[in-house]
Design a protein around this ligand. Structure first.
Ligand code: SIN
Length: 282
């Protein structure tokens, strides 16, 4: 088996072909894929016919299956959630703000896999922002201001009962299963600049979507800095725009990327199945 790697040409992202993920993978193949994933941060495997059992098996090659707080799940598979929006739905696009998955956990997930089932003919791309490159190219004065900051993370903005996906949103006809909870108000602190435990590279970790503020800084100063950072972190020069196909599996590295969903597909169904992959340590 020869895995072909087609880099996206953007700062991150590659397509991997020459591999059939519906069949068990050898240790060598897993090691090779892990290397490509760590290098390119987001890898796409087109033309893969996969069922939920396959999706779980593939996720387990790369770590333990992680928890998905605040999501429902597909029937019979408590670890798989449906990222879903129906053709006639008028709800906001889920996850349209750049974020890294569940950064408010004490050990946030290493990876997320997303498998395209129903893909609209237009729109619905996923954007990825390379936060290793963002760190490496950060102007010295901004880097000096953030180098030693501790960020306070929380899911409140999204998943608390008064959050974007809270009680009001539940009444708006969203087809995706989201479970708002007061637990979303809990906080967890992490350094804003994170050293990737596998590559050793530094990256900016998470964004204003989950970061509430910085330790030892007023709320006003934190918010102003978060907005300045968000503008910086999500510049076009750090982005890869991923275009979906049905039967495509994508796996991204939450430790070195931000990602955001996009709309533009009103009138069409969009359905993908998602699994998060836990990390073994911060
Ligand atoms: C997500 O953030 O998990 C969803 C991404 C997408 O729908 O494109």
């Amino acid at each position: 088996m020869t895995i072909n790697v087609i880099p996206s040409g953007a700062p991150c992202g590659a397509t991997l072909t020459g591999i059939d993920l519906s069949q068990p993978l050898s240790d060598d193949a897993i090691t090779e894929i892990r290397g490509h994933w760590l290098e390119h941060k987001v890898v796409a495997f087109p033309d893969q016919v996969l069922n939920p059992e396959d999706l779980q098996r593939i996720a387990r090659y790369f770590g333990e299956i992680g928890a998905d707080p605040f999501f429902g799940h597909i029937e019979g598979y408590p670890n798989i959630c449906a990222i879903q929006r129906n053709a006639d739905e008028k709800t906001s696009i889920f996850a349209e703000t750049f974020h890294t998955d569940w950064s408010f956990m004490s050990v946030p997930p290493a990876a997320t896999t997303l498998y395209g089932i129903t893909i609209p003919p237009c729109g619905g791309d996923t954007l990825f922002a390379d936060q290793t490159k963002a760190y490496e190219e950060m102007p010295d004065d901004l880097r000096e201001r953030v180098e030693d900051l501790t960020a306070i993370h929380s899911a409140a903005l999204g998943y608390a009962p008064d959050g974007a996906y809270g009680d009001k949103d539940q009444e708006s006809g969203r087809s995706m299963q989201i479970k708002p909870s007061d637990k979303a108000r809990e906080t967890c602190s992490h350094p804003f600049i994170r050293t990737h435990r596998e590559t050793g590279k530094k990256a900016l970790f998470s964004s204003a979507a989950y970061i509430q503020g910085f330790a030892d800084m007023t709320s006003e100063a934190s918010q102003a800095l978060l907005m300045e950072l968000y503008q910086y972190q999500t510049q076009e020069r750090f982005l890869y725009r991923h275009q979906w196909q049905a039967r495509m599996l994508v796996m991204w590295d939450n430790r070195s990327l931000l990602h955001a969903a996009t709309g533009g597909y009103d009138g069409y169904d969009r359905l993908l199945h998602r699994i998060t992959i836990a990390d073994s340590a911060w």
